[in-house]
Design a protein around this ligand. Structure first.
Ligand code: S3P
Length: 475
């Protein structure tokens, strides 16, 4: 993306054929044990959840949406392409700076090409909620990982609202979705704690004939609610303990906004973990979003005895944000309660690595949703730990790690690349383990890190990390 201003259709065009197998990808990365601690300051990359939503809402809204700090990761760029294919004008005006001229009252039109979301559950599922509310038809597809993930969780409520979908067997991608100009409002209780399901329903609810209610038994990230309000929709949330009743009124016409994307706590987690595990580390991670629906990992780390503090709390893009000060710490094992899972759902792979270095046992409960992420993250996290010489066990809904504590973690060395099933967070977790281990670690499919954290290697290196091997291009 060399040019300063470029139109998304031409600048980001790419072959439409999805990758058929992820395991054939040969690009590896390796982390040898780091001799000295991480030092200095690094910013967190733009938040992935906020970035997807800013593009989608900007595309639906009337007028101009200006986004700064957008995460320019492969997942988010696929959403940008999809929004352009649906009829909005999407332009990159500088690094992280994007202008979306939304379709407004004219509405989206049927895209000529397949909407290929690559690896992204969030982009694809939220876009299904968007497409459902227009009298159009769109084909959704993705890579082999996304093709294996459940889509019926989103399609079931959208069908109740009046959309129609033809899917591959088992409710999987590829699928064709046909929307309607006016949907039926529904009251829906998602069976799983999922912000993607909630968001798809709310986005469709914008075009429903009344008030649509999502009754969440466990609160999940609320960026859609916050941003929809910012764009002019009427959205009300009622909290009852962990439960959230979210209502959206149909019929609002969204108006373009200016959005400053806050830093992603889920990506910052890898920098934080490396600093906690590598002796001598003392770092500041700046501009991390601190929305309480996302900070479960930081709460857990404090319980584990982490030297982690927050300074300079402010508001960024309508979300609370702050700087994290992190110093090397000897952690101790804890029990992570099931009701915390939604607020740290993407952080369990790196928490399992942190737990491997802790004294005693860490029990992660209520984690069954990890089985249907970019990979089965319980199985893959255990793969990393066992390869590194760490004892762990699982159940349908739990992962238990016996920490090595002061004895330290071996790692598996720099020769064989551990398969990551193309899962970016598994690859980054393996590399952080390698830096803090005795023998180091090598992971396969490391280019997939660019789906969520394209400059992971650069940001880690800016703090003093060194990688024995890394994908050539950082983005
Ligand atoms: C996301 C919701 C979560 C999370 C994903 C981002 C979102 O997925 O794992 O990375 O932006 O709404 P689920 O809704 O499947 O829990």
């Amino acid at each position: 993306m060399g040019a300063t201003a470029c139109h998304v259709r031409s600048a980001l065009s790419k072959p439409r054929e999805p990758k058929m197998t992820i395991s054939s990808n040969p690009i590896a990365a390796a982390a040898a044990p780091l001799a000295s601690g991480l030092r200095g300051a690094a910013g967190a990359p733009g938040d992935k959840s906020v970035s997807h939503r800013a593009l989608l809402l900007g595309g639906m809204a009337g007028g101009e949406t200006l986004i700064t700090g957008l995460l320019e990761s492969a997942d988010v760029l696929n959403t940008a392409r999809a929004v352009a294919a649906l009829g909005a004008d999407v332009t990159r005006t500088g690094p992280g700076a994007w202008r979306v001229l939304g379709v407004g009252a004219k509405g989206f039109s049927s895209p000529k090409e397949t909407l290929d979301f690559g690896n992204a559950g969030t982009g694809s599922r939220l876009a299904m909620g968007v497409v459902a509310g227009y009298p159009i038809s769109a084909t959704f597809d993705g890579d082999a990982s996304l093709r294996s993930r459940p889509m019926e969780r989103v399609l079931a409520p959208l069908r109740l609202m009046g959309a129609e979908a033809d899917t591959a067997p088992g409710g999987k991608l590829p699928l064709v979705l046909r929307g309607r100009k006016v949907l039926k409002s529904i009251k829906f209780t998602p069976p799983q704690a999922s912000a993607q399901v909630k968001s798809a329903i709310l986005l469709a609810g914008l075009h429903a004939d009344g008030v649509t209610l999502v009754d969440e038994s466990h609160a999940t990230r609320d960026h859609s609610e916050n941003m929809l309000r910012g764009f002019g929709a009427r959205v009300e949330t009622e909290a009852q303990g962990q439960r959230r009743l979210v209502r959206i009124w149909g019929g609002a016409q969204l108006k373009g906004q200016t959005i400053a994307t806050p830093g992603d706590p889920s990506s910052a987690a890898f920098l934080v973990a490396a600093a906690l595990l590598i002796p001598g580390s003392d770092v500041r991670i700046t501009g991390v979003m601190l929305n309480p629906t996302r900070t479960g990992l930081f709460d857990t780390l404090k319980e584990m005895g982490a030297d982690l503090s927050i300074e300079n709390i402010r508001s960024e893009g309508g979300e609370p944000a702050g700087d994290l000060i992190v110093r090397h710490s000897q952690l101790k094992g804890v029990t992570v309660p099931p009701d915390r899972a939604p607020s740290m759902i993407d952080e369990y792979p790196i928490l399992s690595v942190l737990a491997a270095f802790a004294e005693g046992e860490t029990r992660m409960l209520g984690v069954h949703e990890l089985r249907v992420k970019e990979s089965d993250r319980i199985a893959l996290s255990m793969g990393i730990l066992r390869a590194a010489g760490v004892t762990c066990t699982d159940g349908p809904d739990e992962l238990i790690v016996t920490g090595k504590g002061a004895a330290g973690v071996d790692g598996w060395g720099l020769k064989d690349a551990l398969p990551t099933h193309g899962d970016h967070r598994i690859a980054m977790s393996g590399l952080v383990l390698g830096l803090a281990s005795r023998k180091g670690a090598r992971v396969a499919e490391a280019d997939m890190i660019a789906t969520s954290f394209p400059d992971f290697f650069d940001r880690m290196e800016s703090l003093g990390a060194r990688f024995a091997e890394r994908p050539g291009a950082a983005s």
